[in-house]
Design a protein around this ligand. Structure first.
Ligand code: NAD
Ligand code: GLY
Length: 362
């Protein structure tokens, strides 16, 4: 097992990464305020891992209840959030009961937001079971839900007490979901860690083959990057926005195509290619750089052509992005491969060309 810390002063917390952690009550117990927990999961992850993890806790004397939600991005909304509150109230959960997210990013984001709201805040723990959640969404305290008009538009910053990433859970992950997680892994290399990008270029086949050593290294290095950025800029007043590479375009794709049709990581991949195209048009990176980025996403089984939603639709969806300032859409663009920046200064004609010429058929 490897352990990292997200350094947030008195709210610092550990990220444990390794095999078999669902059986490790000793890692969880120090973080429970009372010996009581409610596990939130879904109809896919529940049958795979709920009983095993609940038994781990029960054998350690913890009273465990659960809430099982429907599965899918389309359920990351108010109605589903309310099902968590229904469960908490029915089970008479208290303010010091710990809420535990067992699942991917959708469960993590919903559960974290519920924890932030229930009785104005209860402790929570992230047990991420997708690659995407293990490398990104479980770390850093962004929680929330979608609105029909915009992705992740309602939410709160609310840090977990602990992140427990059991790498063995990735054995049951569908191939498409593994690829979606790799989009966020590649992101860290592209925005701030060129040596990691080069490592990914060398080890992509091993990652796609689910080589345990390669996956564990990629998770650890991704979490290191994320923990550093979050510790420096928890509330995204500066460099944390870099973690949104490809996300402004990607969220528009996810919303425009209907939640769940394009996976988050797929939107990030195709969205990053739009960011690369725009950066090239602005003279920041070369054609070869764009091809290099596309090649890595393709080897990770990810789409590199964004759907043609139409210029106006893209602009509408991107207009509700959280990086918008004074009505201006801001993008994460490339200074060079391995180094990104956030800017609202770009030629709008170049953006129009990207959104009309670098997209494919929806
Ligand atoms: P997801 O939560 O929908 O999980 C993907 C699918 O895999 C689901 O069907 C899920 O039930 C299933 N699954 C989960 N674990 C499994 C396992 N071990 N075996 C088999 N199936 C399993 O999707 P995701 O990619 O994990 O997360 C995407 C969400 O995360 C998006 O809503 C995105 O906005 C959010 N996100 C949040 C942050 C953040 O900082 N909070 C960062 C990135 C993404
Ligand atoms: N996934 C973007 C962030 O956590 O800031």
């Amino acid at each position: 097992m490897q352990t990292l810390t997200v350094e947030l002063g008195d709210r610092a917390y550990p990220i444990h990464i390794g095999p078999g952690l669902l059986d490790r009550a000793d890692l969880v117990l120090p973080h429970l305020v009372q010996k009581r927990a409610v596990i939130v999961t879904n109809t896919t992850v529940g049958p795979l891992y709920l009983e095993r993890f609940a038994t781990t806790l029960r054998n350690a004397g913890v009273q465990v209840d659960s809430v099982v939600l429907p599965d899918g991005e389309v359920y990351k909304n108010w109605e589903t959030l309310n099902l968590i509150f229904d469960g908490l109230l029915t089970q008479r959960a208290e303010r010091k009961t710990t809420l535990i997210a067992l699942g991917g990013g959708v469960i993590g984001d919903l559960t974290g937001f519920a924890a932030a709201c229930y009785q104005r805040g209860m402790p929570f723990i992230q047990i991420p079971t997708t690659l995407l959640a293990q490398v990104d969404s479980s770390v850093g305290g962004k929680t929330g839900i979608n609105h029909p008009l915009g992705k992740n538009m309602i939410g709160a910053f609310y840090q977990p007490q602990l992140v427990l990433a059991d790498t063995e859970t990735l054995n049951t992950l569908p191939a498409r979901e593994l690829s979606a997680g790799l989009a966020e892994v590649i992101k860290y290399g592209l925005i701030r860690d060129l040596p990691f990008l080069e490592w990914l270029e060398t080890h992509m086949d091993a990652l796609m083959a689910r080589d345990t050593t390669a996956l564990t290294y990629a998770i650890h290095r991704s979490c290191e990057n994320k923990a550093e950025v979050v510790a420096a800029d928890e509330r995204e007043s500066g460099q944390r926005a870099l973690l949104n590479l490809g996300h402004t375009f990607g969220h528009a794709i996810e919303t425009g195509m209907g939640y769940g049709n394009w996976l988050h990581g797929e939107g990030v991949s195709a969205g990053t290619m739009l960011a690369a195209d725009l950066s090239r048009r602005l003279g920041m990176i070369s054609n070869d750089d764009v091809d290099r980025i596309a090649a890595l996403f393709q080897r990770a089984g990810l789409p590199v052509i964004a759907p043609d939603l139409g210029y106006d639709a893209y602009m509408d969806y991107m207009g509700v992005d959280k990086k918008v300032e004074a009505g201006r859409i801001r993008f994460v663009l490339f200074k060079k491969v391995g180094d990104a920046y956030v800017t609202g200064e770009y030629d709008p004609n170049a953006l129009r060309t990207t959104l009309t010429e670098a997209v494919g058929k929806a």
